[in-house]
Structures are given as C-alpha cells and as structure tokens.
Design a binder for this molecule. Structure first.
Ligand SMILES: Cc1cc2nc3c(=O)[nH]c(=O)nc-3n(C[C@H](O)[C@H](O)[C@H](O)COP(=O)(O)O)c2cc1C
Length: 186
C-alpha cells in the first residue's frame, strides 16, 4: 500500500499539473510528528562519558553517527538544553561506549535527571580521563574536532583516537522509544 505524505502543500495557481508540489514550510512539521519520524529510524545508543575531577559525568545518545574513515571521525547531536554536555566539552578525551543488548536499564540511568547517573554502573577510566562503560559492545575514545549549529541541537564532530571492539557482544537497539535486540535475518 502506498501511503501519501501528510502535507497541506498545494500546487501554486497556474503551475502545470506535473510540477511537483512545493516542499511544505518547516513549521508544518510539528514536533510530535517529527519525534515519531526520527524514532522510526533504528539506532544504537552510545554513552558519552569522561572524568570531571575524580567523578564520571556522561549521558546516553542515540544520535551517534560514523562520518569518516580517513581521518577517523564520528559525530553526535547534543541538545542545547543539555547540562552535561558543557562539562564533557571541557574534557580532553571522551569515552564513547556503544551499549550492549542487556544495557537498556543502564541506558535509562545514564539519561536520567535524578540522582547520580553512575550509581550501580561499572566503568573504568582511561589514562587521559575518558570513561568507558563495562560490558559495552564497543569502546571508542575521541577528541572534539568542531561544533556546528544543528537547530535546537549542536552537531559535535569528533576525531576518533582508539577503538576496542568486543566481538560477539550484541548492541542495544533503540527504536520507537523502545530498546530492542538484533535478530538475524533469514
Ligand atoms: C535512548 C536515548 C537516547 C538519547 N539520545 C540523545 C542524543 O542523541 N542527544 C542528546 O542530546 N540527548 C539524548 N538523550 C538524552 C540524554 O541522555 C539526557 O537525558 C539529556 O542530555 C538530559 O540530561 P543532561 O541535562 O544531563 O544532559 C537520549 C536519551 C535516551 C534515553
């Protein structure tokens, strides 16, 4: 079944019937629809963490995306309202832990606004002050390379420094606001 797009854009008067309708103004895409649309795209979740003094600070992010192989780069989009990002932005090296399939509750913990996020979370520091979460599927360390405007978010481009892959550890999948697991196809 072909679904039509939910838009109220009309052909301008006098435009030929074959002409594509103009793109709707961005204001017509309401936040609720957009949230659902973004949520329909499955992602993993990365814990971005570093030491501040002797204490770990960090948060969970599903917007992690690979960018470049040479030089090695990745990016994440960070809400401008984040209170943790300004602390992390001061760290010289960040730890990025791709959470594994059993770490859904831990992910919620690392996103919560109540209490100490790292209570009950096993982690280890690197010599440079990055923080890596135990039992993750992948560990990366990175340095912030540039920050770009991303509307109500900032796009943080990072240069990747190290990667440690735990083969056989399945990642956590985030889709339609739920944590899921990968199932092999076929
Ligand atoms: C599954 C999941 C994915 C998230 N992804 C992002 C993200 O990509 N970017 C972001 O800024 N916040 C994301 N958050 C929210 C942050 O983890 C955190 O709750 C938010 O930054 C508010 O806390 P803070 O003020 O300490 O930063 C996500 C939360 C969850 C549960």
């Amino acid at each position: 079944m072909v679904k039509t797009m939910a838009t109220s854009a009309q052909h301008p008067p006098g435009a030929p019937a074959w002409a594509p309708a103009p793109a709707p103004a961005p204001a017509e895409l309401d936040a609720g629809t957009l949230r659902q649309a973004f949520g329909a795209y499955p992602t993993g979740v990365v814990a971005i963490s570093a030491l501040r003094g002797n204490e770990p600070v960090g948060f969970a992010a599903s917007s992690f995306v690979s960018i470049s192989l040479q030089p090695p780069m990745a990016a994440v989009s960070v809400a401008r309202t984040s209170t943790t990002w300004p602390l992390l932005a001061e760290a010289s090296v960040l730890g990025l832990s791709v959470l594994s399939h059993g770490q859904g509750a831990l992910c919620r913990r690392l996103a919560s606004r109540d209490g100490n996020r790292f209570d009950g979370v096993s982690w280890q520091p690197t010599a440079e002050g990055a923080v890596l979460i135990e039992d993750a599927a992948l560990w990366l360390t990175a340095r912030v390379n540039a920050v770009y405007d991303g509307g109500d978010h900032e796009i943080v481009l990072m240069e990747l420094l190290t990667a440690e892959l735990f083969s056989g550890v399945e990642p956590l999948v985030f889709h339609t606001s739920q944590f899921r697991e990968l199932i092999p196809h076929g």
